[in-house]
Design a protein around this ligand. Structure first.
Ligand code: TXA
Ligand code: MG
Length: 349
């Protein structure tokens, strides 16, 4: 396939995207977190195309994306009517808490893993008893979802294990020869994937009574904890069979080896090999010309750092650089927690 077209998110572009999607094809679309490779969530042919384009193993389940309701409704009823989740398996007390969480934090970078309906394709959930749902807060994603009227599966639009794309050009670099269309919505506002939470213990019989964090992301866990009035249990260190494959140790990875440091001053560049360095400092003085330094956040904010992380890592992951270094985010609070999670996985081999 020749390199696929990038179209503007105008009426003509959106028409084309909607037509392809209804035809069970895949289309890359912008979300507020990262670009997603979208396909109809309840259609196996579309799901198979997503897995094939990404070279994603079938054991890694996808997130179903929902339109924002057109009218004020009970959020949980609305979600139930989309045909994905089975709320019979959720206790009344938990239903209220879920409804409150969704009403407060959707649309936005929060994915919730809930008991699935039996009719949901196994491909979407990788055969797991649960399905992941989210309501993205991007006008282009929302317009497409609203026009389709059915949920879209959308993993990040990168080849499996690689850096997530935060611009249309980055999608073209990842998947350009393999997909028919990319809708350009500009650079992603958040730059890091959604936070994934689940009900604890739900994989066993009956629903658990606590929420667990499966993947830190664009919604700081403190915000979720504030709303829930309790701490999230942490389950983000994947074992052999991770609950969320984003937990796989090596993920979000550049091609060149990446090492993490606390300060750019620790980097050994004495052998003269061209290297790339990501820093949190606004200015780094006196480095030789074979060291390319890129700043993640001029003002040190984690918001700017998250927005720049994948874009700058991708920009450095090119010739002539032989290896890369990144400074850990100085804080583990707010988005710093998700940024450090991604850096660790990007550096894992
Ligand atoms: O921000 C995002 O979430 C982006 C945009 C495009 O919406 N999507 C995204 O999808 O990051 P993906 O497929 O790259 O990551 C989905 C994560 C994976 O870690 C996956 O294992 C987890 O969600 N997940 C999906 N379904 C699950 C399930 N049923 N149980 C546990 N984890 C699940
Ligand atoms: Mg991904």
């Amino acid at each position: 396939m020749p390199r696929c077209p990038i179209v503007a998110a105008d009426q003509a572009g959106l028409d084309r995207a909607v037509r392809l999607l209804l035809d069970e094809q895949v289309v890359a679309i912008p979300t507020e977190t990262v670009y997603g490779l979208a396909g109809l969530a309840l259609h196996e042919a579309a799901l198979l195309r997503i897995f094939a384009a990404k070279e994603r193993p079938l054991f890694d389940p996808l997130i179903a994306h929902l339109a924002v309701p057109r009218h004020t409704v009970n959020m949980l009823d609305y979600v139930e009517r989309r045909g994905l989740v089975d709320l019979e398996q959720v206790s009344p007390a938990l239903r209220d808490r879920l409804d409150d969480l969704m009403s407060a934090l959707w649309p936005g970078p929060l994915t919730i893993v809930l008991p699935r309906r039996a009719t949901v394709p196994d491909l979407l959930t990788a055969g797991l008893p649960r399905v992941a749902v989210r309501m993205p807060a991007h006008p282009v994603a929302q317009e497409i979802l609203d026009r389709l009227g059915v949920p879209l599966a959308a993993p990040s639009a990168n080849r499996f294990g690689r850096i997530s794309p935060t611009s249309a050009e980055a999608v073209a670099e990842e998947l350009g020869e393999r997909i028919p269309l990319i809708v350009d919505g500009g650079p992603c506002r958040l730059g890091i994937e959604s936070t994934v939470i689940a009900l604890d213990g739900e994989a066993q019989e009956g629903a658990g009574e606590r929420f667990v964090l499966l993947r830190p992301g664009g919604l700081p866990r403190e915000r979720i904890e504030e709303r829930l009035g309790e701490k999230l249990a942490l389950r983000t260190e994947g074992g052999q069979a991770p609950e969320a494959p984003g937990q796989l140790a090596s993920h979000y990875a550049p091609v060149r080896p990446l090492s993490l440091v606390d300060s750019v001053n620790e980097v050994d560049y004495s052998d003269g090999t061209p290297i790339g360095v990501l820093t949190w400092r606004p200015l780094v003085a006196d480095l030789p010309s074979h060291v390319e330094v890129r700043t993640l956040s001029i003002d040190g904010s984690t918001e700017a750092g998250a927005r720049q992380l994948f874009a700058q890592l991708r920009a450095l992951d090119r010739p002539p650089h032989a290896r890369l270094y990144a400074e850990r985010c100085p804080t583990d609070e707010g988005l710093g927690y998700a940024i450090n999670d991604r850096l660790r996985r990007a550096a894992a081999r």
